[in-house]
Design a protein around this ligand. Structure first.
Ligand code: BGC
Ligand code: BGC
Length: 837
């Protein structure tokens, strides 16, 4: 064993001094001799951490336990409070700039680091640790290599390749000066309706767990702390509800959802993130039985437990800034993005009151310091010094090559009639479908933005779409790609996809693929003309697509391949030189559904399958297709649709506008119309950013026209005739924050100027101020005012020339509005106080 004590140098020396609260060298040597800050064995590290903790004030210790979000933590905050950690959430960047450069990331990391080690404000001077969701590559950073999401890696079944992916990811993360990754997600997704299914490697516990050891090993070998998440049962909730209820006896919980943790703990994973779900009605964030008894005592974890985003606030009786129960249950570090300051004060009070013991705090802080030691924070100096050794790693060609290989290996071939694939690269092909040339759709959620929406190909410098890959290879072989759907071609490749989503917003009721953007009609038309059709499906989960499977000649499940779309092209085309022919080796990591819902119990996952887990053809296989049933069982619900719930749903998009530009899509959490007369901001109603605050400021409107609006529109009009006949309504959940000062109109449009417009100010003025209210406006009221039901492209337009502030959390179209919420059409004809309009 090495001799105790290393020389504490530079910054560390200074902070150790301050830590001791005194400048006398004999005290320093006291810590110094007990403290091997760069010790490599567990016991010496622990001893060192304890020695530091024993010198810290309670304020310094509590601060170490808190993790705030970069949007809400300044350098001064860090200097003053000595926060233990920051994170950047999904879609959060330096200066809130999506296009932040690598240098911007490094500068921010340096700024936090320097502030944290500056003890002049009374902090302990301990280096801060920054955590990020690099869940499929360093996905918040412009130009990073984006690897297939976990579900695709589960199909590729190559743990060694996954190890390479993680090393590459860790290097890209280090290149930005960040030390900690919130991955791997070791969830076992049991119900594909869960919006995080793609973050899971497989529905099979042992297959999912098989990737975990190589990941933890590779990540930590690069010196980056890893996190096994979300403990425990995230993939097992009833109905696949994100943050729902997983009720299984403990042994089942562990054998199904715990196997990844067994692997991760075996490889000394540095941290575990608690899960939002409940276990027998109790939120895991507040459960000592789970976070301490199970995780530590039974599974033997001795690292650090971090809570999930405001997860403590979901515990019964808690709020985001107050939850002694979570700390006592075993949360060591609290992820509390915005309310950290207030949490800091409550925690101090709770220690004072004896609600949280000092022993518990010491235990947590010791674990945090051990993790920081293991991640090398005390010895590596400024993040930029380390990042300098990883120069040019973002989007490095070698990383892209690894990603491309992973894309190839993850493709699963479900149908290949008459051996249509691979295609000769010298042919003439139609490449069509809205997803063919869209790297954002290829990449899914947790991609540049949180939900993965609002990105264009320009947001993926260095990446390739499937179209790019096909075009390059076909043209190089003397073939051609056409886009005219009526052209004469050898075959058509139609790429279709889900709309990107992440947690919560990706939950669905049935696994039927409904994201209609005309693909079904296109495929039908092509196959009617006798054109051989290859369908390529970009999806985060197995879905019911029986009709498409019947109609096409070949069907490839691409999952969410990420930035290297060229890897898909590699698989569709024969190698021109015939030297390397890639075969389809991807196999389903989850069974593929035969039905859209579970017939016996809709709360349970579909249990009838077309293809079992492990299915997948190789190009040599000849399987004769016999048509499968196209009957949708859950279809009786399909008249209802969500327009907005947490975020835009289905094909609906949120826009704002004023007379200088009527259509500005609001894709990020803060957007505004071009004059600034409307501002839209993500706010929390029940969970993060599940609502929007709409602020109308007429003074900012342009002189030519004061009208400003917010609306939900789709490129693909919908027919509401049946919904209207069934007594359907547009349902809006809102809260009036500042009453309207002028008339407000509400419209549904059938491609403007086709429109039905009602007056909405009376409803808003009569609603209780500052309280959430639900109102259902019968679609018939819009029909009375001119709406044509067969082509509704805008489900909701709210417009005013005045001022108002309104929060909206849900907008939907339903055949069954709650009676008490229905507004009569008569109330929508006159405006209460604004008779002039
Ligand atoms: C934030 C993301 C964050 C996510 C966590 C969102 O409100 O914008 O940054 O990752 O919540 O669930
Ligand atoms: C997610 C985590 C993620 C965290 C930080 C949470 O909402 O559940 O997986 O690590 O946000 O963005």
């Amino acid at each position: 064993m090495r001799e105790k004590s290393v020389v504490l140098s530079g910054v560390m020396l200074m902070s150790a001094l301050t830590l001791l609260g005194c400048q006398r060298s004999q005290d320093l040597s006291g810590v110094d001799s007990a403290c091997a800050i760069d010790a490599t064995d567990g016991p010496s590290r622990a001893a060192c951490a304890q020695a530091i903790v024993s010198q810290m004030s309670i304020e310094q210790k509590v601060a170490q336990m808190i993790q705030g979000e970069i949007r809400d933590v300044t350098f001064d905050d860090v200097r003053q409070y000595g926060l233990g950690s920051v994170l950047n959430g999904g879609g959060s960047f330096p200066q809130e700039n999506k296009y932040a450069s690598v240098q911007d990331w490094i500068d921010l990391a340096d700024g936090y680091y320097s502030a944290s080690t500056d003890a002049s404000g009374g902090s302990a001077g301990i280096p801060i640790i920054w955590g990020t969701d690099a869940v499929h590559g360093h996905n918040n950073v412009m130009g990073a290599t984006l690897f297939p999401h976990n579900i695709g890696l589960g199909a590729a079944r190559d743990p060694e390749l996954v190890g390479k992916i993680i090393s590459a990811t860790a290097r890209e993360v280090k290149a930005t000066g960040i030390d900690w990754i919130f991955a791997p997600t070791v969830a076992v997704a049991r119900d594909a309706r869960w919006g995080r299914t793609y973050e899971s490697f497989s529905s099979d516990p042992s297959l999912a767990a098989s990737f975990v050891a190589p990941i933890v090993e590779a990540m930590q070998a690069e010196g980056v702390a890893s996190t096994a998440k979300h403990f425990i049962g995230d993939g097992g909730t009833l109905r696949g509800d994100d943050r729902g209820e997983t009720s299984l006896p403990l042994d089942g919980l562990v054998s199904i959802h715990g196997q990844g943790y067994v692997q991760a703990i075996d490889k000394d994973v540095m941290s575990v993130m608690a899960s939002f779900n409940s276990w027998y009605g109790k939120k895991i964030h507040g459960s000592k039985a789970i976070l301490t008894d199970l995780l530590r005592e039974d599974l033997g974890f001795d690292g650090m437990v971090v809570s999930d985003w405001n997860g403590i606030g979901e515990v019964l009786g808690c709020t985001n800034d107050n939850c002694a129960q979570a700390i006592n249950a075993g949360i060591d570090m609290v992820m509390v993005p915005s309310d950290w300051k207030s949490l800091y004060h409550t925690m101090l009070q709770q220690v004072d009151d004896g609600v949280i013991s000092v022993e518990r705090i010491d235990e947590a802080v010791t674990r945090i310091l051990v993790m920081k030691m293991r991640a090398g924070l005390f010895t590596r100096g400024l993040p930029s010094t380390l990042a300098a050794q990883y120069d040019n790693q973002i989007g490095h060609a070698e990383h892209r090559a690894i990603a491309r290989e992973a894309v190839r290996k993850s493709q699963v071939l479900l149908k290949n009639d008459k051996g249509l694939l691979p295609l000769s690269p010298g042919g003439r092909y139609l490449v069509a479908g809205p997803a063919a040339d869209d790297i954002g759709l290829q990449s899914g959620g947790w991609t540049v933005s949180w939900q993965g929406t609002g990105n264009t190909n320009a947001d993926f410098p260095g990446g390739t779409s499937i179209y790019d890959g096909l075009q390059a290879q076909v043209e190089a072989a003397g073939g051609s790609i056409v886009s005219d759907i009526n052209a004469n071609v050898d075959a058509a490749i139609v790429v279709f996809s889900e709309t990107p989503y992440a947690e919560m917003q990706g939950d669905i009721y049935s696994v039927a693929w409904f994201d209609q953007r005309g693909e079904r009609d296109l495929i039908q038309a092509l196959s009617d003309r006798g054109v051989p059709v290859i369908a390529v499906f970009l999806t985060g989960r197995p879905m019911w697509v029986n009709d498409i499977l019947n109609d096409v000649d070949a069907f490839v499940v691409s999952w969410l391949p990420g930035s290297e779309g060229v890897g898909v092209a590699d698989m569709l085309l024969r190698d021109p030189s015939e030297s390397v022919q890639f075969d389809f080796t991807g196999r389903l990591p989850m069974p593929w559904p035969a039905l859209d819902v579970n017939v016996a119990d809709r709360d349970l996952p579909v249990d009838e399958f077309l293809f079992p887990l492990g299915y997948g053809l190789s190009v040599e296989d000849r399987v004769v297709w016999s048509d499968v049933s196209e009957r949708l069982i859950g279809a009786d619900n399909s008249l209802d649709q969500e327009v907005f719930n947490g975020g835009p749903r289905g094909n609906w998009r949120l826009y704002t506008g004023d007379s200088s530009d009527w259509a500005v899509e609001a894709t990020s959490s803060v957007s505004q119309s071009s004059s600034g007369s409307v501002k839209i901001k993500g706010i929390d109603r029940r969970v993060q950013e599940d609502a929007r605050r709409l602020t109308f400021t007429s003074a900012l409107a342009t002189e030519e026209g004061r009208l400003s609006q917010v609306y939900m529109q789709s490129e693909y009009p919908t027919d509401l005739t049946d919904l209207n006949e069934a007594g359907g309504a547009l349902v809006i959940d809102f809260r009036v924050v500042q009453k309207p000062t002028d008339s407000v109109s509400l419209r549904m449009d059938c491609k403007y100027p086709c429109s039905g417009r009602v007056r909405f100010s009376k409803v808003l003025l009569d609603a209780p101020a500052s309280e959430w209210t639900r109102k259902s406006i019968p679609t018939a009221c819009f029909v009375n005012e001119g709406l044509k039901l067969d082509r509704v492209d805008t489900a909701f337009v709210l417009a005013t020339e005045g001022d108002m502030t309104l929060d909206i959390s849900e907008i939907k179209l339903t055949t069954m509005p709650e009676i008490s919420s229905i507004v009569s059409c008569a109330d929508l004809v006159n405006d209460k106080e604004f008779a002039s309009q």
